[in-house]
Design a protein around this ligand. Structure first.
Ligand code: SF4
Ligand code: SF4
Length: 177
């Protein structure tokens, strides 16, 4: 299995998750505060599966203007390396799965979990009652699919299984020089 095949697998998982999350956002919309005005979940240094970070690297190689602007940003522990000065994601089309699933309530180890900014004022039983079961993404299922494609990628390309997102920028700069 080649690294390119692992990337094709990643794109297939992304398409499934994006479609599910779009439906979940519609179903849970009355309780969600997510939108362009909120970037709280990006105000952290992130890591992701190696295949996801390599996907960002590839995208940055093809987008020198984004790479150049990200390069000039000072490193901060309280912001993702790809959160720009307008609080927007510079690598949105290739953002990691964790970023794609933020917002609607999801299931983690059989329990519902959600961003503290959403479902304002609702108790756990009230959230459980408000959220259609068919709109709840299983994080475990997504991770299982990701682990499969990531293992294929690491076997083909080598390196660690988890990588800091910031590494994508350094590697893209190196690949492009
Ligand atoms: S998940 Fe929470 S922090 Fe992230 S955009 Fe939605 S409301 Fe904001
Ligand atoms: S990759 Fe984009 S969406 Fe994910 S944390 Fe960074 S800025 Fe936010």
């Amino acid at each position: 299995m080649s690294a390119d095949a692992a990337h094709a697998g990643l794109n297939a998982v992304r398409a499934r998750v994006d479609a599910f999350v779009a439906d979940a956002e519609r179903a849970q919309a009355p309780h969600l505060k997510c939108g362009a005005a909120c970037a709280m979940c990006c105000k952290v240094e992130r890591a992701a599966f190696a295949v996801e970070v390599d996907s960002i690297r590839r995208w940055l190689v093809e987008h020198p203007e984004v790479r150049a602007s990200a390069q000039t940003r000072p490193r901060r522990s309280d912001r993702c390396a790809f959160l720009n000065d307008d609080d927007l994601c510079d690598v949105y089309p290739v953002r990691p799965m964790i970023c794609r699933t933020h917002g609607p309530a999801v299931r983690v180890d059989e329990a519902l979990a959600w961003c503290a900014l959403n479902f304002a004022g609702l108790s756990v039983p009230e959230v459980e009652a408000a959220v259609p079961a068919s709109s709840v993404l299983s994080v475990e299922l997504v991770n299982r699919m990701l682990v499969v494609v990531n293992t294929q990628f690491v076997e083909a390309a080598g390196g660690p299984h988890r990588v800091a997102l910031r590494e994508a920028l350094a590697d893209a700069v190196e690949s492009s020089s």
